[in-house]
Design a protein around this ligand. Structure first.
Ligand code: NAD
Ligand code: UDX
Length: 480
């Protein structure tokens, strides 16, 4: 079966970049990305391609290439569904905030709405692809909804989870470690649907990297991959606390570990805690699934990854307060970086939100600089926590577009995102304009401790012995 028209429901961090790359690699396929969010669609259609709604290196050029040729962004969901032979569902699946499973289970209401809309509109057979990350066995529910339309339309449901990471989405999409396609491998129609999707990826991905499984394995593999990745970060973060009390250096420990080919060097950067829209949500979902099958030990095992991450964020904030003589009340603290990692404007679950919330509770005055996150988003993130009223958030937190202005007259700086540009600042100038002692809390082990200590900063890094002005400390070597 040759696919000529694709519809993707959900123009977010996954739908947008994924479809832009499919459109680039398959110029003979018309790709329409639809969303109910009019503002978002308008931004994807912005004439100035640098102003699309997602900041992602390399994305503007890919969008520019396809847009208006075979890549379209629209709010007309019905028409796009009707035209397409293959429909990707790439809508959000956040943690439930109400009812049964509140705070743990994935909220599937948007997925169900998509399924009902597809069922209502479709007049010819469709392949429905789960691109969103979903609990194992969601495909069965989708099938149920689609089966009951009574209009004779046949559906094949595929699971094709996305493994891209934000900030490197385009490279991840162009050169994936693997593409996973779960489908009904026991029927002719199922195998045909799998091969229709595989044909699309084969335009640029070697066939050896396209893995076919049954639907349940595919759904569960995605949750498992995120759980394993997050678990590595929590594991190294757990060791960072031990390093701080024993005099070991977490960067050295990570390097020594990473050279063991069974462990490997990636994802061992100790930090202020992982953030992002996926890790916490997907682990909580995994924990919920395990609990609902009565697998108490399995649930507790994975829950610990989240507990450790929360602890890391809290202890980072507590360390700032303790170091500043047990009070930050009325003191200016500058936060460099608000996004959950570098090279993205996404702030979902960013550690910065929780660290700053903690400091605001202690009456600190916060200045924030982030190269890509807008002030409006920063206030929205804090308001969402409802720790204090909106006015108080705006009164006690100031967002500036100039990092030097942000750091001026502050008691301490906290680096919370690993933006490369932070390394290039004139740190002597920053030091001169700060109150002394000038404290610097590096939540990413990003900066050169030796140079900054020589300038006069008092530095606290994650998982490292505290250097003194005269001590020789090695330059932090980030583990890739
Ligand atoms: P997102 O919130 O950025 O985008 C989802 C979009 O879907 C929103 O713009 C929303 O308006 C739209 N939407 C919701 N319901 C709709 C409906 N009924 N009709 C039309 N549009 C609708 O989310 P995201 O980050 O792109 O994530 C999407 C899915 O992909 C999630 O399941 C997530 O777990 C998974 N995922 C995300 C990443 C990532 O890095 N963000 C990576 C891999 C997988
Ligand atoms: C993650 C998965 O990597 C990706 O495969 C999946 O599709 C979506 O979820 P993402 O959340 O975009 O991607 O970014 P990722 O690079 O995984 O980082 C997640 C968080 O962990 C960030 O806050 C990051 O700073 C942190 N992290 C990552 C560390 O603290 N240390 C590390 O060594 C790696």
């Amino acid at each position: 079966m040759r696919i000529k028209n694709i519809c993707c429901i959900g123009a977010g961090y996954v739908g947008g970049p994924t479809m832009a790359v499919i459109a680039q690699k398959c110029p003979d396929i018309q790709v329409t990305v639809v969303d109910i969010n009019e503002e978002r669609i308008a931004a994807w259609n912005n004439e100035d391609v640098e102003r699309i709604p997602i900041y992602e290196p390399g994305l503007p050029a890919v969008v520019q290439e396809g847009r208006g040729r075979n890549l379209f962004f629209s709010t007309d969901v019905d028409t796009a569904i009707d035209k397409a032979e293959m429909i990707f569902i790439s809508v959000n699946t956040p943690t439930k905030t109400y009812g049964i499973g509140k705070g743990m289970a994935a909220d599937l209401k948007w997925i169900e709405l998509c399924a009902r809309q597809i069922a209502r509109i479709s007049r010819n057979d469709k392949i429905v692809v789960e691109k969103s990350t979903l609990p194992v066995r969601t495909a069965a529910a989708l099938k149920e909804i689609l089966k009951h339309t009574g209009n004779g339309v046949k559906y094949q449901i595929l699971s094709n989870p996305e493994f891209l990471a934000e900030g490197t989405a385009i490279q991840d999409l162009l050169h994936p470690d693997r593409v996973l396609i779960g489908g009904d491998i026991e029927t002719k129609d199922g195998i045909e649907a799998i091969s229709a999707l595989s044909d699309i990826y084969e335009k640029w991905v070697p066939k050896s990297k396209i893995l076919t499984t049954n639907v349940w394995s595919s759904e569960l593999s995605k949750l498992t991959a995120n759980a394993f990745l997050a678990q590595r970060v929590s594991s190294i973060n757990a060791m960072s606390e031990l390093c701080e009390v024993t005099g070991a250096d977490v960067t050295e420990v990570a390097k020594a570990l990473g050279m063991d080919s069974r462990i490997g060097p990636k994802f061992l950067n100790s930090s202020v805690g992982f953030g992002g829209s996926c890790f916490q949500k997907d682990i909580l979902n995994l924990v919920y699934i395990a609990k609902s099958f009565g697998l108490k030990q399995v649930a507790e095992y994975w829950e610990q990854v989240i507990i450790m991450n929360d602890h890391q964020k809290k202890r980072f904030a507590a360390n700032i307060i303790r170091t500043l003589y047990n009070t930050v009340s009325g003191k200016k603290i500058t936060v460099l970086g608000w996004s959950f990692k570098k090279d993205t404007n996404d702030t979902r679950e960013s550690a910065a939100i929780y660290v700053v919330d903690h400091l605001l509770n202690e009456e600190a005055e916060i200045a924030v600089y982030d190269p890509k996150v807008q002030a409006e988003q920063i206030y929205k993130d804090l308001d969402y926590l409802e720790s204090r009223n909106k006015e108080a958030n705006r009164l006690n937190l100031n967002v500036t577009n100039d990092p030097y202005e942000a750091c001026k007259d502050s008691h301490a700086i906290a680096v919370l995102t690993e933006w490369e540009e932070f390394k290039t600042y004139n740190w002597e100038k920053i030091y001169e304009n700060m109150l002394k002692p000038a404290f610097l809390f590096d939540g990413r082990n990003l900066l050169n401790i030796e140079e900054l200590t020589k300038i006069g900063f008092v530095i606290k890094s994650i998982g490292k012995p505290a250097p003194t002005k005269n001590s020789v400390v090695s330059k932090p070597a980030l583990v890739s």
